[in-house]
Ligand binder design. Sequence first.
Ligand code: KG4
Ligand code: ZN
Length: 519
Amino acid sequence: MTRLRRALASDLDAIDALEQATFPGDAWSRELLAAELTGEHGHYLVAVDDADAVLGYAGLLAPRGSGQADVQTIAVAAHARRRGIGAALLDALLAEAEARDADEVFLEVRADNPSAEALYVSRGFERIAIRTAYYQPDGIDAVVMRRIVPIGRNEAAESTNSHDSEPPSALVLGIETSCDETGIGIVRGDELLANVIASSMDEHARYGGVVPEIAARAHLEALTPTIEQALQDAGVTLDELDAIAVTSGPGLAGALMVGVGAAKALAVATGKPFYAVNHLVGHVGADVLNHEPLVGDGALELPTIALLVSGGHTSLLLVRDLTSDVELLGETIDDAAGEAFDKVARLLGLPYPGGPEIDRVAADGDARAIRFPRGLTNPKDLERHRYDFSFSGLKTAVARHVEAAQAMGEPVPVADVAASFREAVVDVLLTKALAACRDLGVPRLLLGGGVVANRRLRDAAVERCAAAGVSLRIPPLRLCTDNGAMIASLAAQLIAAGKPPSSLEVGADSTLPVTVIQA
Ligand code: KG4
Ligand code: ZN
C-alpha cells in the first residue's frame, strides 16, 4: 500500500535520486533540495511503500498570508507510475494550499507532458501563459497553469482528507508539561482514549509550591513511561498516530522545554505532523471530550466565557471559536488563585497543595466571620481592571489576621479564616466572570483548572449562574486539572479545521499569549 507522509531530512538521498532520474540535465542540486525540504514556507511530501521506500515526492511553496501557493514539483519513480500516486500527491498539496488560505495555486508543466497537464486540468488548473524554451537543455516550453480555489471545500481536498494526512477524526497524542503534571493524552477526534498523568507534586510539597527545576527534571524522568502507559491504555502504536501535539506555552520555561523537545523528537522520528498549542485554550479544548460533564449537558456551545483557575494561572477568556478566535478578557496581575490557596494554607500551617486542605478545614468554619478584601473590585480599579484579578492583598490580609491573633496570644481561628478566605476568592472569581457574561451578552460560563476542585467554588457557581440565567459547564475534574488529553483534543480540533502543522522551529514560550491558539 502507498502512503503519504511529510518529507524528512532523512529522505534527502531518495528524493535526490528521484530528482536526477526524473529531470535529467535539469534537476535541482542536492543543496537546493535540502534547503527546500526544511524551509519554513514549504510543504514537502513523499509517497512511500510498506517498507517506507520513497516512490514519489512533491512540494508546495505557500508563504502564509500571501494568498498564493506554488506547486514546486511532483515526481514519481518510473516503476511506480500509473498508480495514481501523482494525483494523490497533487491532491494533498492542494488541500495544504487551501489550509493555508491560498486562493490561487500556480504550477509549471513541460509542454511535452500532456498526461501531467491533463491531470492538472482535471483538478481545475487552466493555462495562463507559455514560457518559451524554458526547460533546458532540450528547449521545451513551460506551460504556466493557475487554479483559483473555489469558495468552500473542493472535491480534491475532500478526497484527500478522507484517505490521507488529515482524516476527519485524527488520532492525536498530546504532551503537557507546563507545570508539575506530566500529562499524556490520546484522543481520536472528540473521543478520549487515554489520559495518563504523573505528578511531581509530592516533590514540591516540602517547599510549599512548585519549584521549576524540580518540575523540569521530574518531567524528563516521567515522560517515557507515561507515553508508554498512554499508548497501552489507548491500544494504539506510535505508528498509528496522525499527529503529535504539545503545550508550547504559557507555563514554566524549563518544564515546557522538556515537553516541546520530546514532541519534536517523536514527530521527527515517526514522520508525524507536529502541533504546538496553547495551554489555556487547551483547558477549553478538554471540554470537547467531555460527553459527561460534571455540571451541564450536551455539547459545548460557543461563544462562551471561560474562567480558568489553577496554581499557575487565573484567566478570563471569551471563546468565540476554539481554533481561531479566543480573546483574553483579564487575568491575575499577581498570584494565581491556586497559588493564593497554597500560600494561605502555609500561613495557617496546612500542607501543600493548599486548596484541598483549605476546603477541608473550611467545612467547619464560618464564611462570614471575617470580611477579607476583594481585590480589584472598587470602582476606580474596575475602570482599569474590570476583568483582572489580584490575590496578593487578600493573602496579606490573612497574614495580618493570623499575626494579630498570635500577638494577642489567642489561638488562630483556622476554620473561620479558611472559610472566609475561600469565600473572598470565590466571590471575586464569580463576580468578574458573571460580569463578563452580562457585559458581553454571552450567557454561558465554562470553568476549568485545578481550583475547580474547590467545593465552594462549584456550589456558588451553580447558584449564581442559575440566578443570572447563565448556563454553567464544568468538565469532570480529571479533565479540569492539567492533562495531556486537553492538548491532544485541541490539536484534533485544529486538524479538523484544516490547520497545517506547526513548524519544527517553534520553541517553548513561557508567556505565549492566549490569542496564539497554535504556535
Ligand atoms: O490545574 P492544576 O492541577 O495545576 C496547575 O496549577 O498547574 O491546579 C493545581 C492548583 C493548586 O494550586 C491547588 O492548590 C489548587 O489547584 N487546588 C485547589 C483545590 N484543589 C486543588 N484550590 C482550591 N480548592 C481545592 N479543592
Ligand atoms: Zn492549567
